[in-house]
Write a protein that binds this ligand. Sequence first.
Ligand code: HEM
Length: 407
Amino acid sequence: MLAKSVSKLERTIGGGPNPPPAGSFAVSDEGCERAVPEADADRSALANGRSWEVGYRWMLLGATLLALCVVVLGATVRLADAGLGCPDWPGCYGALTVGGALATPPAQRAGRWAGQPLDVARARMEMLHRYVAGTLGLLILGIVVLGRRRFALGIAGPVLVALVMLQALLGMWTVTLRLEPLVVTAHLLGGMTVLALLWWLTLRVRSDGARAASPHGALDGRSPGLGLRLLARTALLLLALQIALGGWVAANHATLACQGFPTCNGSWWPAADFADGFAPLVGRLADAGMSGPGRIAIQWVHRLGAMGLFLVLGTLAVLTGHARRPAPIRRAGRMLGALLLVQIGLGAATVLAGAPLALAAAHNAAAALLLLVLVALNWALGRAAPRIGQRDDPHLERGLARPGVGV
Ligand code: HEM
């Protein structure tokens, strides 16, 4: 289902497989976008004997999908309390597989694992996450090495490699520091960042191919204004903050600290201890426990964050989703609005239903999809924005919408 959502997103946003050429959304006299033929970029690359280009683009899309799976699988492990299913790293009870760990009876295990029982289901879940994340790490290394010469990946290549290494470290510390909330939250944020970066590279490399396939794009007649682009950037930042807050709620077991929705334990301003909820951030193991009012504080701030996000993302969705916008922006805007409502609904349902695993994992998946849509929207707005050198239009040149057409 996630895979379908991403490829649908990819088809809808100007990214792929054949977005309009950079810096433009082709607009006909009637004001409709000129459809760029399906798979133009891929066909052109194949015709020119550049099949590796097509392969590379699919590799990036595959890595994005895999990253989405890793993020959601990681959340499932976390929310199912399987994070310590294997209490060592990178192996499981000293073996490389759960089968290997099972082969040795607990009493015969060496060292600190001697006599410790093994929860097979949790251990399998944890190891699956490690294998899939390891595969993603290798795929990303391949992408960076292969893309270094052919595509100007720029700083994104080294940043991706550094992030993958950091994620491996955070994964290890999650286990060895016994679910330290700060590490758990950082691991979630790191995973989301890898996902966003891979998606951004997918859109970028695909648009390079499309530009080669169709170099004469029409100049966009309804360029988005600077204000709209700034709003989209701000929305991305706020979403990252809200994701971090969500991770903090889950890592500190504050999921059910507030009963009921929209009120918290029957109150609009519940008795909460914000100092305990947020400081000190470091050095508190999840099982060492935060006070009840501390947990209420972080759950409440996450809900207030959702309200803020509703206002900002909702405004962005309305401004970008209306009929006069170019199709890639309009579709991303509408998708953003719909996902925002779904996400808030999932958050409320998670609380009201007592946090069943399926709902909590869906809440994480919807956050990841929101991130993808926002990245795509920022990308589409950036591409529709005027480029330096488009001197034929003074409004475009100053990064402003033409009178009456932008925000
Ligand atoms: C657009 C708004 C929202 C976003 C982007 C968002 C995002 C997130 C994320 C990323 C997590 C972490 C899940 C994980 O551990 O992997 C989370 C957790 C959580 N969120 Fe939200 N959230 C939003 C709105 C809400 C709302 C309105 C509620 C309603 C009460 C809510 C309740 C929760 C709860 C209870 C958890 C903990 C889940 C658990 O431990 O199982 N969220 N959120």
